[in-house]
Ligand binder design. Sequence first.
Ligand SMILES: Cc1cc2nc3c(=O)[nH]c(=O)nc-3n(C[C@H](O)[C@H](O)[C@H](O)COP(=O)(O)OP(=O)(O)OC[C@H]3O[C@@H](n4cnc5c(N)ncnc54)[C@H](O)[C@@H]3O)c2cc1C
Length: 398
Amino acid sequence: MTSFADLTTIGVGGHIAVLLEPTTRDGVIEAVEDAYSKGKPLCVIGGGSNMLVDDAPFDGVVVRDARRSINVLDGTSSSEEDGRVVRVNAEAGCNWDDFVDYCIGLGLEGVEGLSGIPGTVGASVVQNIGAYGQEVASSVENVEVWDRKEHTIAQLRKDQLAFGYRMSALKASMYSAPATPAGEFFPTPRYVVLSVTFALRRSATGVVGYGQLAKALGVEVGDRMETADIRNAVLKVRAAKGMLEDAHRYAEPAMQGTKKPRLVDIALEVQAKGGVDGVDPNRHSCGSFFMNPILTAEQSETLPKDAPRFDAVLPDGRPGVKTSAAWLIDHAGFHKGFKINEAAPAGLSTLHTLALTNRGGAGSKDVARLARAIQDGVEKAYGIRLVPEPVVIGMDLR
Ligand SMILES: Cc1cc2nc3c(=O)[nH]c(=O)nc-3n(C[C@H](O)[C@H](O)[C@H](O)COP(=O)(O)OP(=O)(O)OC[C@H]3O[C@@H](n4cnc5c(N)ncnc54)[C@H](O)[C@@H]3O)c2cc1C
C-alpha cells in the first residue's frame, strides 16, 4: 500500500486508502468528482514537495495526474512584442523542471530562474513558485481548471488568479485564515489545475535577477546571460544550499516515470558535484518551511534595526514590509542543523535555516514538534507567529 511517505519529498505521512493516477483529462475529472460524490476527502498530489502529512492513515482519495505533455500553441500574434511571444501549454502532471528545461531548449525566456524547483506544473501556480528574482506568475497566461464547486471546466486568466507572494486564488480557496483550512476545499484547492498556458518570450538570453546568482555568474544584477547558463548556475547554487530535491527519489517505485530520465541523470550529477550523496542529512525536506512574514509598517518598527526589510503588499492590498523568516529563526537562536535534542530524527537543514529536514525515520510528529519549537521561539523573541509554507494535512501548525 502506498503512503504519503512514499510520495512526498520530506518522506513522512500515512497510508493512502485509494491512489488514482489518471492518464486522461476526463479521468482526472472523474476521479475528483467520484471522491466528491462519495463524500471522501480528496488530495490532488503533484511531486509532494510542498506537503507535510500526518502519519495516520488517509481515509480518502489521492489523485496524481499522470498527464505530462507539453505543447507549443499556434496563433502567436506577430503584433505582440514583434512576434516574440510564444504560448506553451503544459499538462498539470508535467514535472516542473522538465518544463523549464524544455522551454530553454526551445529558445524561450521566462522561467529559467525557476530551474530546479521540485514538483509539477499543476502545483506551480497554486503557491506561485518563485526563486532568484523570478515568479511563475510573470509568465502564466491562463490556467485550465476543474472547478469543484461549479462542477465545470473553467479557464482562469492571469488577472483572475490573484497572484501574490506564495499565494494565488487557488491557494486562497483552501484557507479561511493563515494556516487555517477552509474546510470544504482542503487540502486541495477548489480549482484542480488541469493544464497551464504560459506566454514566454523568444530569446536565448534572460535577465539575472538576484544577487547570489549574479555573483555565481560573475555579472551584475540586471545583466542578460544565456538562459542555459542561468539555469546551470541556479542548479549549482541550489545544490550548494541543499535546495535541490533529492533526485534519488525517482528510482523509488512510487516515483518512477514522473520525471524525464535524462533530467534525473543531470539532477543526480549536479547533486553529486554539490557534494550531495546518498546519505545527505538534508535530502528529505519541503524546501523552505516558513513563509517570509509580511508586516504592517508599525509591526516592522518593533523589529531590531538590522532585521531585513523589503517593500511588499499586505493581503488586503495595503503596502507592507516583508522580513526574512530565516533571519528571525537564526536570531531567535535556531541555527543551521538545530535539533530539539541529539537523538531527534528531524532538524533544521545543515545548509539552510528555513528547511526542516527528516534525517531518517522521522514521523510527522517529530517534524511538527520541531516546527512548533521554532514558531514558539520566534514568537517569544519577536512577537511574530511564522506561518508554514507547505500544506499541512491532519495536523495543526498555526
Ligand atoms: C528542496 C525543495 C526546494 C524548494 N524550493 C522552492 C522554491 O525555490 N520556490 C518555491 O516557490 N517553492 C519551493 N519548494 C516548494 C515546492 O517545490 C513548490 O511549492 C512546488 O510547486 C510544489 O509542487 P508539487 O507538485 O510537489 O505540489 P504538492 O506538494 O504535491 O502539492 C502542494 C499543494 O498543491 C496542490 N496541488 C497539487 N497539484 C495540483 C493540481 N493539479 N491542481 C490543484 N492543486 C494541486 C496540492 O493539493 C497541495 O495543496 C521547494 C521544495 C523543496 C522540497
